[in-house]
Write a protein that binds this ligand. Structure first.
Ligand SMILES: Cc1cc2nc3c(=O)[nH]c(=O)nc-3n(C[C@H](O)[C@H](O)[C@H](O)COP(=O)(O)O)c2cc1C
Length: 332
């Protein structure tokens, strides 16, 4: 019987305003099976003695293993462990299949790749309505240098430095997204342009090389449309020159690189990768992923008249940009 004086859904939503990390808590059952679940009720309790707590739903299939177990381990998940979090948020099943495990006291399973990990002795248990509060004394812990996964309002989030959210006092032009993206683009391109220039290539050659590298195998018509999208027209003479130089070939109306052309494209790609690595030195791995994700969203939202053959989808998939911070169905 529901004794909540509020609408449980609204209550849960209000609780979701409290932003937490995400953990996976594991233990070993008396049946010699591994148990684990995603939990965000984790919290620190005491420094001396070192203690932590979390709460477990009495209805969860691993409740008995945790309440009877002498030890448990808490893993604070890293940003790239969203899939693992989802795996451990499903009831029962083989959650540990294929994972590399170490073992702690009472043989409890220890997971890898997290931000921090605590091996605990179960010291106290308290009644907490439909949950049991488990308090553990920390016997050992590990800290790994990985950014944490964040949970808020039923969805995964990423940490963002507060400074990045402060509105800048820069004049309008400098604060305009187009200016920032454009300036970043031209600065990124500069070393690539210089290296290609040193190889005797002209501006229009860079454009063609760049577009072809993403769109090899397009028809001439598609290629002209793609070029138009950059605000410039592709000169027929230039294409003819590339064909004449043996960089490109036409196969059933489709434009393909020759071996010589492909060598050039690979070289361009190497310059481009080096320029990207140099630029991303300014950012932590997570920040770089976040930047690509956010720019990806802007791209997805704009340019509706973009030719379909731009293969926008591939760019998302290659950069793993599909995932949005959607509400998770199984979220509490
Ligand atoms: C982000 C997140 C946090 C969660 N936190 C808790 C929690 O603190 N306690 C709990 O009992 N269940 C929590 N859950 C739900 C459990 O992970 C889920 O019920 C799981 O299926 C339990 O596994 P089991 O039934 O195999 O024991 C959480 C789920 C998510 C996605």
């Amino acid at each position: 019987m529901n004794t909540t004086p509020f609408d449980p859904k609204q209550f849960r939503q209000a609780l979701g305003a409290f932003t937490t990390g995400v953990t996976i808590v594991t233990t070993r059952g008396a049946d010699a099976q591994d148990y684990g679940m995603t939990a965000n009720s984790f919290n620190s309790v005491s420094i001396d003695p070192p203690m932590v707590l979390w709460s477990i739903n009495k209805d969860s299939s691993s409740a008995q293993a945790f309440t009877e177990g002498a030890h448990f381990a808490v893993h604070i998940l890293a940003t790239d462990q969203e899939a693992l979090s989802n795996r451990f948020a499903k009831s029962g099943a083989d959650k540990f299949t294929g994972l590399n495990l170490q073992r702690g006291p009472s043989d409890i399973p220890l997971l890898e790749g997290c931000s921090a990990r605590f091996q605990c002795k179960t010291t106290y248990q308290y009644e907490g309505g439909d949950h049991i509060i488990l308090v553990g004394e920390v016997l050992a812990f590990d800290r790994f240098d990985k950014a944490p996964l964040v949970f808020h309002s039923g969805g995964y989030r990423r940490l963002q430095p507060a400074a990045a959210q402060r509105p800048t006092s820069a004049i309008y032009g400098e604060n305009w997204l187009g200016f920032l993206l454009g300036r970043a683009y031209y600065q990124l391109q500069l070393p690539i342009r210089q290296q290609l220039q040193a190889m005797g290539m002209q501006d229009q050659d860079f454009e063609l090389l760049g577009i072809l590298s993403f769109s090899e195998g397009r028809t001439l018509d598609e290629l002209f449309r793609l070029f138009e999208f950059t605000g410039k027209a592709l000169a027929e003479e230039q294409l003819a020159l590339w064909l004449q130089k043996g960089l490109l070939t036409l196969d059933s109306g489709r434009v393909l690189f020759t071996d010589k052309g492909r060598q050039l494209a690979i070289q361009w790609l190497a310059f481009a990768k080096a320029a990207e690595m140099n630029a991303l030195e300014a950012l932590a791995f997570d920040e770089a992923q976040q930047l690509k994700l956010l720019i990806g969203r802007v791209i997805q939202h704009t340019g509706s008249e973009l030719p379909a053959h731009w293969r926008k989808e591939n760019i998302w998939q290659d950069n793993n940009l599909w995932q949005q911070p959607d509400a998770i169905a199984s979220a509490r």
